[in-house]
Design a protein around this ligand. Structure first.
Ligand code: TXA
Ligand code: MG
Length: 355
């Protein structure tokens, strides 16, 4: 398949290209597009064949449901059985934005899109290219992250081109994304809503609007019994090609242990990578050191994480040691993604050992 790459920016939408891309979507084709979180791979959410094409292009198991993207609040009622009051409040506050909500699905939504579930995930992205594309096409867009299944989510068009060139009809290059981690997912079918995937919209932000919100046990890094409610969270995700191990503890202890491990791996003839921050970058020796951002601004770390994981792939890193990021707020989402990329391998630098 020939993939057309279209360049545009939020400030300068290209009307002709948008019309072409919208037509592709109406005809059941696939268009990758930027959102404020990560790039998405869009197809007509109510068209089974389009949904199947998405699974195929990504190499994604078809029991892993897709998020439906809408451009107008009124569209929600067409896709779901009911809209709980709390969901209404969250939509008022956070849409358009990086929040996905799970509802009982409406009849129009095919099981192909929901991976066989009776529930459906919906979000309204805060990105002018995404919104314009949905409106122009006149269809709702089922859109998972536009990466090959198992690779880090794409935060730049070059990542999408790397993974999906030749497998999709159109890739819209809208530059780098703003947030860099996927949306927060909240299950609204429960009386007390449950966070299934942490993201930019934190538990505290949700609770300020609707009161108590729970977290799916899966997202707590220390939890041994991991049976996630979001099917996608059970797969080893966002994985770099090299082995990734997270080192946890105080700044000095982490740096000392990483240097020790890096030196040993280096002697073994391995190409060693270190995921550091601008504050700690200078500590490391015997390794390819990449800073993903500054600890003073967690947003910068969220934005830089996936690109750095891809860079280590390109550099042929055999083993990667990563600093840990544990705090409330965005730090929780960052750690959730890092631990997933590491297949939950973490070593405590204070001597408590690996768990
Ligand atoms: O920020 C985002 O959410 C990006 C952009 C493109 O919008 N999309 C994204 O989609 O991250 P994806 O497919 O990579 O992740 C969707 C996650 C998966 O873990 C999936 O299992 C879960 O949402 N999910 C979708 N529908 C669900 C449902 N009905 N019940 C539970 N989990 C669901
Ligand atoms: Mg994904």
């Amino acid at each position: 398949m020939n993939t057309t790459v279209m360049k545009m920016t939020e400030d300068n939408l290209n009307a002709d290209d948008l019309i072409r891309a919208a037509k592709v979507l109406r005809c059941g084709g696939l268009v990758a597009f930027p959102t404020e979180t990560v790039y998405g791979l869009g197809g007509d959410a109510l068209n089974r064949e389009a949904a199947n094409k998405i699974y195929e292009a990504k190499g994604r198991p078809s029991d892993n449901p897709l998020i439906i993207h809408i451009a107008d609040r009124d569209s929600l009622a067409e896709l779901v059985r009911e809209i709980p009051e709390k969901a209404q409040k969250l939509a008022d506050k956070f849409w358009p934005g990086p929040l996905t909500m799970i509802f009982h699905k409406g009849e129009k939504v095919p099981y192909t899109t929901t991976g066989g579930l009776d529930t459906v995930a919906v979000r309204m992205p805060a990105h002018d290219i995404a919104l314009a594309l949905i409106r122009r096409s006149g269809v709702f867009l089922a859109a998972p992250s536009a990466n090959t299944s198992g690779r880090p989510s794409p935060t730049a068009a070059s990542h999408v081109i790397e993974d999906l060139s030749g497998k999709v009809d159109v890739i819209i290059d809208g530059g780098a994304v703003g947030i860099g981690l996927e949306s927060t997912i909240v299950d609204m079918t429960e009386k007390i809503p449950i966070i299934l995937r942490p993201g930019y919209i934190t538990k505290e932000m949700l609770e300020a609007v609707i009161g108590e919100v729970r977290s799916d046990k899966e997202i707590l890094p220390d939890e041994k019994d991991r049976r996630p409610r979001a099917p996608g969270m059970k797969y080893k995700h966002y994985a770099p090609k090299g082995e990734l191990i997270i080192i946890e503890g105080g700044e000095q202890e982490v740096a000392a242990l990483i240097n020790q491990l890096a030196a040993a791996a280096h002697l073994d003839g391995k190409t060693v990578g270190v995921i550091a921050t601008s504050e700690t970058k200078a500590y490391y020796k015997n390794a390819l050191v990449k800073s993903i951002g500054t600890r003073k601004e967690e947003e910068s770390i969220a934005r830089g994480l996936y690109a750095v994981l891809r860079e280590f792939d390109e550099a042929g890193a055999d083993i990667i040691y990563g600093e840990s990021f544990r705090s409330n707020g965005l730090g929780q989402a960052i750690m959730n993604r890092l631990l997933k990329a590491a297949g939950h391998r973490m070593i405590k630098a204070d001597g408590a050992g690996e768990f």
